[in-house]
Design a protein around this ligand. Structure first.
Ligand code: ADP
Ligand code: MG
Length: 354
């Protein structure tokens, strides 16, 4: 079942004149995984809470499928939700925790046998069947989060909301759980997922599409590839993937960067306008080539598979990620960098102009 935000604005009491979510328009297709990606305080959790029914929009409507649920209480929305802090009941066993949501919702109707079956199914899906009779304190963080996911799945939701579900786990567990979530999604192809994270790796790995949030607003929504290849703002470019953001002046058929002419598609931006050129560090090469930039190496970092080179060019720094350098340049060397015209994206001028 799809999710649709129709101009949803949320303002918390006491934050007068300062909305937490501003006029959000966003559609999650049935069976799609949509990541809400943005820094802390950008309104991601607020958006999720509006879908779950824990906050009431000041204006706008929320739809699940064709149904306007804006006025429905949370327990009548048929939504599964997983939050960062597991939120398991410490005095209940794993199976009791998983059954809790079912009982709270369907107590009069679901038979004991049905509840037992659903709990077993959900624990099976999350690989926790063997832990049914343990208490939360007898589980690792990763296992507790699996139980929280099982509890959300037990109600067989059409929509699953996940709010930074992996951020309490250490890095290694996180990547394992990420693979688990991808598998769950394959097993539940009809369930729409809205996945909140501030971690671009999680968003890029898991999501069909990413909605980038900043300062209560949706900045851009697209497939990971679209956001990476065609960011529309400096914010998106730097938040998704990392980028060189070079202040340039637009000319005819190209731009001027620190006195160097670069041939890039100016896409109809008027001449003399200030703009920002976005080039991904791994698409910058060392040595002669088209769009050559000459500068001085200020720093070089070895990162295992690559070297990261920082090159000073007319008071700006250009980063290049280079593979397999046999004789890497050293601090103070003059070097040439280059990039292909099609690997650069011209953006509206922003913070990089100071
Ligand atoms: P995110 O999940 O992206 O970190 P939130 O949606 O939690 O952001 O918060 C968005 C904004 O709303 C922030 O400025 C935050 O301080 C504010 N906010 C969040 N929850 C409350 C609340 N219960 N009461 C008042 N302000 C809140
Ligand atoms: Mg949050």
């Amino acid at each position: 079942m799809g999710i649709r935000f129709d101009s949803v604005t949320v303002a918390y009491d006491g934050n007068v004149g300062d909305v937490a979510l501003e006029s959000l328009d966003l559609t999650v297709e049935p069976g799609e995984v949509m990541a809400l990606l943005g820094p802390s305080g950008s309104g991601k959790t607020t958006a999720l809470r509006a879908v779950a029914g824990f906050v009431r929009p000041a204006s706008g409507r929320v739809f699940l499928g064709d149904r306007d649920v804006t006025d429905l209480p949370p327990h009548r929305r048929g939504i599964g939700m997983v939050v960062q802090q597991y939120a398991l009941f410490p005095h209940m066993r794993v199976d009791e925790n998983v059954a809790f949501g079912l009982k709270a919702r369907k107590a009069p109707r679901a038979s004991k046998g049905e509840i037992r079956g659903r709990v077993a199914e959900a624990l099976e899906m999350t690989g926790m069947a063997a832990y049914a009779r343990r208490y939360p304190r007898e589980l690792s963080g990763g296992q507790q989060q699996r139980v929280a996911i099982a509890r959300a799945l037990a109600i067989r939701p059409q929509v699953l909301l996940l709010d930074e579900p992996l951020s309490a786990l250490d890095a290694q567990l996180r990547s394992g759980m990420l693979a688990e979530l991808a598998r769950l999604h394959r097993e539940l192809p009809d369930v729409s997922m809205l996945y909140v994270t501030h971690d671009q790796v999680e968003a890029l790995t898991l999501a069909d599409r990413i909605a980038v949030m900043d300062a209560a607003r949706l900045q851009q929504c697209g497939t990971p590839r679209e956001l990476y290849r065609a960011p529309k703002s400096e914010f998106t470019a730097s938040f998704v993937g990392g980028a060189n953001l070079l202040p340039v002046t637009v000319g005819s058929g190209g731009v001027d960067f620190a006195g160097t002419e670069l041939k890039v598609d100016t896409g109809g931006v008027v001449a003399q306008a200030r703009a920002t050129l976005c080039v991904r560090p791994h698409l910058v090469g060392l040595g002669e080539g088209p769009n050559r930039i000459v500068g001085t190496v200020s720093e070089i970092q070895w990162r295992g598979a690559t070297h990261r080179l920082y090159v000073e060019v007319g008071g700006h720094t250009v980063m290049a990620d280079l593979r397999e350098l046999k004789a890497p340049p050293v601090h103070g060397d003059e070097v040439s960098l280059h990039f292909a015209s099609e690997d650069a994206v011209l953006l509206p001028a922003g913070v990089s102009h100071g």
